[in-house]
Design a protein around this ligand. Structure first.
Ligand SMILES: Cc1cc2nc3c(=O)[nH]c(=O)nc-3n(C[C@H](O)[C@H](O)[C@H](O)COP(=O)(O)O)c2cc1C
Length: 392
């Protein structure tokens, strides 16, 4: 992909990574991704906003060929997928200054060994003039590392938001065209990257409120020409009440837990509660994370294995605990052969979740009538709790 014009003197640069299927060795990318950088040419200075993942440095460096001299390299975020190619750009433009928060300076030195005299740190709210264009820097810590900031181009009213509002999508269209697709991808991104910092994201959203934003140009995915659409979605994800929804990650070796899950799904539906089961042997963890954004209740289904939960169920509990969703209730269902500490072990793995733990349902071997009755009771309890809290 060549660099692409947004408006006179402002270009998208970067790389579209159509083939990437895993991020951070953790996050599935069904739609690939892009690493967006932006070039802003002012009457006196030229600024490059972010770079690309070093995996695609060649594509990016090719776009700089024959272009203007870079005076400023703005690093919104020290992570390698945006700042990893800064050392290459500095080799080409040794006089350029790396503009970042004071916190990012230390991190860029640690992570990328950028030389100390290359930096120009900016305070929250500080502006830098490019001549006829002005960049204002807003510190937005924990979006999603401690050093992050965004830039607002005052004259054009464009917010360069880096990971804030990003989505992992590889596309040839520069701007959002299919809102449904972008909504899902942006929510997946939020769930996996931003949700753990929900409260501080909310503060950073408030911080953007006074700005008249015409366009949001993130560092992954497409550019938003209707900023309020994605900002409202973020507001809902951080502030909105949990929904009448149960997320049910489960695993079953010999079908006993599976039968319990099938029964519970029907019982919840009969009680008017929506439920999304995820068989952890085949689950895309991104989909699971998306549902965790809204679910009022988490139920983990697991057999007992070597005296504790199945490792896949432990992984789901660990993930939920790390992502800190807004769920209010949690329960455990599963089957065992002779005994163990499945419930205690799982319950001990979720200290970050502010949940009321509802009575678990464990059965010996295959579930029988009594176990199905217990699952009916659990479904009724969940429905009652959702009603009591206004979710149903
Ligand atoms: C490798 C393995 C280890 C197991 N370890 C335990 C155990 O420590 N305690 C126990 O009560 N049952 C244990 N079981 C028995 C299972 O928990 C039991 O068969 C259960 O019904 C399986 O549920 P599922 O059909 O949902 O996989 C073990 C089973 C397997 C295959």
């Amino acid at each position: 992909m060549q660099k692409r014009k947004i408006t006179e003197g402002i270009h998208w640069m970067g790389a579209v990574d159509w083939d990437r299927r895993l991020f951070d060795s953790l996050i599935p990318l069904p739609d690939g991704t892009s690493y967006n950088a932006y070039l802003i040419e002012g009457s006196e200075k030229t600024a490059l906003l972010d770079t690309v993942d070093p995996l695609m440095a060649d594509v990016f460096l090719g776009q700089l060929d024959g272009g203007p001299k870079i005076d400023l390299i703005v690093s919104h975020h020290a992570e390698q997928d945006h700042s990893g190619t800064i050392p290459h750009v500095l080799e080409r433009f040794p006089e350029a200054k790396v503009v970042c928060t004071p916190k990012a300076k230390g991190m860029l030195i640690d992570l990328l060994r950028i030389r100390e005299d290359a930096f120009l740190t900016v305070a929250d709210g500080e502006t830098l003039s490019l001549g006829d264009r002005t960049l204002k820097f807003l510190h937005t810590p924990w979006v999603h590392w401690p050093e992050t900031m965004v830039s607002y181009l005052e004259e054009e009213r464009i917010l360069f938001s880096c990971d804030f509002f990003g989505s992992h999508i590889a596309a040839s269209d520069l701007y959002v065209t299919d809102k449904g697709r972008v909504y899902e991808a942006a929510k997946r991104y939020f769930a996996e990257i931003m949700m753990p910092f929900r409260n501080v994201i909310e503060k950073n959203l408030e911080k953007l409120q006074p700005y008249d934003i015409r366009m949001i140009a993130p560092s992954h995915g497409q550019i938003y020409r209707e900023p309020s659409w994605i900002m409202d979605a973020y507001l809902d994800w951080v502030q909105g009440a949990p929904k009448n929804l149960v997320v049910l990650p489960f695993v079953s070796m010999h079908d006993s837990t599976r039968r319990m899950v099938d029964h519970l799904v029907s019982a919840l539906a009969a009680n008017g509660v929506s439920v999304e089961p995820f068989n952890l042997t085949v689950t895309d963890t991104g989909k699971l994370a998306i549902v965790l954004v809204d679910a009022a209740t988490i139920v983990i289904g697991t057999p007992t294995l070597l005296a504790g939960p199945h490792p896949l169920a432990a992984y789901a509990a660990f993930l939920a605990n790390a992502l800190r969703p807004k769920a209010k209730f949690l329960s455990i269902v599963g089957s065992y052969g002779w005994g163990g500490k499945t419930v205690e072990t799982l319950a001990g793995m979720i200290p970050n979740l502010k949940v009321e733990v509802l009575n678990p349902v464990l059965c010996k071997g295959l579930p029988g009538e009594e176990d199905f009755r217990a699952l009916n009771d659990l479904a009724a309890t969940i429905a009652a709790k959702h009603k009591e809290h206004g979710f149903l």
